[in-house]
Design a protein. Structure first.
Length: 274
């Protein structure tokens, strides 16, 4: 089974890629690098994948942040496994990406954190899945963890693995999982925990496909939730999120959430559950 991952290079996506590769060898990794693809490609050619991720590592090396990343991801966030074939592109829909994937004809595309993938790229694979930071359809689009915190809704934060489609985070759902929100959490901590949970779900999905099992695809009802776009998340709202983080309001909202109900989600291989 040929599996291809599509990412932007971030600590959490490195973890995702390394974990998936450890469970099932990736045929290709496509790194979307807007505005810097030429530079990254040059580093890749000269120093290999290890040198590429080592160069980017410097951006994330503050002791406090490093410890937080280590606590969630171990060492798998620091550098991409050098055995994985890599293609760097300015845009995930660039012609070179489409051509490479069309030649490869993957069985499964896995997307985590790129820009919107267009149909001509999706059509190169038998199945394309997305790891979404949010419980769809309730929270779809951008900054879903932040919106849940702004809504004082900490018990409906989690991950959705869904089919990539023309509807943003609106494709059929394969699996979801809630993620525990803890006192003292920052948005990044929660999102990284979401990636860890979603990575395990993705590994479970791959294992099922390898065993010839059939996946259940549950249609979404977008009217049950809301789509948050980048333009909705204003500078003022970003400041409110930072205020929530810095003033310890996460602990308070866990004690008195605006919504005590845990909305129904889709568990792998099952129907709706609470």
């Amino acid at each position: 089974m040929k599996v291809v991952a599509l990412i932007r290079d971030r600590p959490h996506t490195r973890y995702f890629v390394n974990q998936i590769h450890g469970a099932h060898e990736l045929s290709l990794l496509v790194i979307e690098a807007p505005g810097s693809a030429k530079k990254l490609t040059s580093i890749l050619k000269k120093r290999g994948v290890g040198g590429l991720t080592q160069a980017i590592f410097q951006r994330y090396a503050s002791p406090e942040r490093t410890q937080r990343l280590n606590d969630i991801f171990g060492d798998d966030w620091k550098r991409i496994n050098p055995d994985i074939p890599v293609l760097v592109a300015e845009n995930i829909n660039a012609p070179e990406v489409h051509d490479r994937l069309r030649t490869l004809a993957p069985d499964l595309l896995l997307d985590h954190g790129t820009s919107i993938v267009k149909d001509d790229v999706l059509d190169t694979a038998r199945l394309a899945l997305n790891l979404h930071w949010g419980l769809s359809p309730y929270y779809r689009g951008v900054a879903c963890t932040e919106w849940a915190l702004l809504n004082w809704d900490p018990y409906n934060i989690g991950v959705t693995i869904h089919v990539l489609s023309k509807h943003i985070d609106g494709g059929h759902i394969v699996a979801q999982e809630r993620v525990e929100v803890r006192p003292g959490d920052r948005v990044e901590d929660i999102n990284h925990r979401i990636t860890a949970a979603g990575t395990q779900l993705t590994k479970d999905i791959i294992a099922r496909l390898r065993n010839g099992e059939t996946l259940d695809f549950v249609p979404q009802r977008p009217g049950d939730g809301q789509l948050f776009l980048k333009m909705h998340f204003s500078k003022h709202l970003q400041e409110q999120v930072r205020y929530i983080e810095n003033q310890g309001f996460v602990e308070k909202m866990l004690e008195k959430p605006s919504r005590k109900e845990r909305l129904p989600i889709i568990q792998l291989g099952t129907s709706l559950s609470n």
